[in-house]
Design a protein around this ligand. Sequence first.
Ligand code: SF4
Length: 113
Amino acid sequence: MHSGTMQELPLSRRRFVGSLLLGTAAGALTVGRAAADAPPKLDVKDPAAMAVGYVDNANQVDTKKYPSYVQGSNCENCLQLQGKPGNEYRPCSLFAGKVVAVGGWCSAWTAEM
Ligand code: SF4
């Protein structure tokens, strides 16, 4: 009597563990897909980025090349920045399909109104 129950137990445990693993795999796939959907970061060597002197850290602005640089200006306080505050990388209306560093800067910087 008891032996029947004992024999079933490992099988149900195996099924339980199996479904847990499947759940974890499905979760990992979902997370992977979400990451793949995130727009790529704008590369500073991207020709479009280089054309406007984009840097991903405003402290690296070549002020000799860009004398119009305003101290303290960066993507975060630029009119062109889109997306939700709080994210380190956000879309910019200048670079469709890419995200820029909020601490970055380019010569198209325009003060927020
Ligand atoms: Fe940053 Fe503004 Fe240049 Fe976009 S336009 S990269 S938000 S400084």
